[in-house]
Design a protein around this ligand. Sequence first.
Ligand SMILES: [Zn+2]
Length: 203
Amino acid sequence: MAKINNPEVLYRHFCKTASNIITHFDKDERDNILKDLKEIVTNNCICDQRIIKLNETIKDLVVDIDNSDTDHTMKEFKKQRNKMLAYKPDITNHQKLKQYFNEVEELIKAEDDVIHNQLNDDDIQITENDINIIDPFTKKRMIDPVKNKICGHVYDRESTIYILQIKKDTRCPVIGCINKQFILEENLVSDVITRKYLQKHPT
Ligand SMILES: [Zn+2]
């Protein structure tokens, strides 16, 4: 199990949390909670950037320390400290943050489609013949299904991420799939229909 202090894992948890909110709350409540979550994710992103900058600053300072000249060292330290305090990270192109916003947008779209098509919890008509609930990598029942946007095939999020960590160049494992592109994490979006089916049919 990956550790939570890994930023990659944290963003994945943010996506999962957003996905649960979208599945379980009505539109108004959902939008309010997502607004709060957006603020948390954005602040977390700013903190991440600050920590990166702080580590760089510390590295520079350690190189610059001159034991024979304490005044100079103190001056340099204060200069860097002020620079650090004034630092405002630019997060407009932060990849993980963009990925989070994309994922939330896709999830809301998918959920609204489900509601629009009356495929809600009470009258979901899908049967196991129409839907695949087995992860093609582990051959086990999926827990957190994600859809590959390129070919539409569905895998379990955790096993796919695990496989991609071991082997970056992995193609869609579904037999007969015409998609020859390697799987990219940014192309994986939560699959609302499979998720709803799994919820409605627990083991
Ligand atoms: Zn495929």
